[in-house]
Design a protein around this ligand. Structure first.
Ligand SMILES: [Zn+2]
Length: 72
């Protein structure tokens, strides 16, 4: 099973360029996060934390299957 993790921008758009912001927001705020306003840095950090939690949940689901605890 392939798990697609969508990278979402703070504006709700799916990010396809590998950055932390979509093309529009990158054009608006720039890539240098030290120049971002506080609220923007906070939001981006918050989105990253959510993604990390999702990844941890997926990992533990896989290990349960590997251990034979869950039926396939
Ligand atoms: Zn955006």
């Amino acid at each position: 099973m392939i798990i697609m993790q969508s990278n979402r921008c703070i504006c709700g758009k799916v990010i396809t360029n590998g950055f932390e912001l979509c093309a529009n927001c990158t054009a608006e705020y720039g890539l240098d996060r030290t120049e971002w306003p506080d609220w923007l840095r906070f939001l981006v950090a918050d989105m990253k934390r959510e993604r990390r939690q999702d990844a941890l949940i997926e990992q533990s689901e896989i290990s349960f299957i590997d251990l034979g605890i869950l039926d396939n």
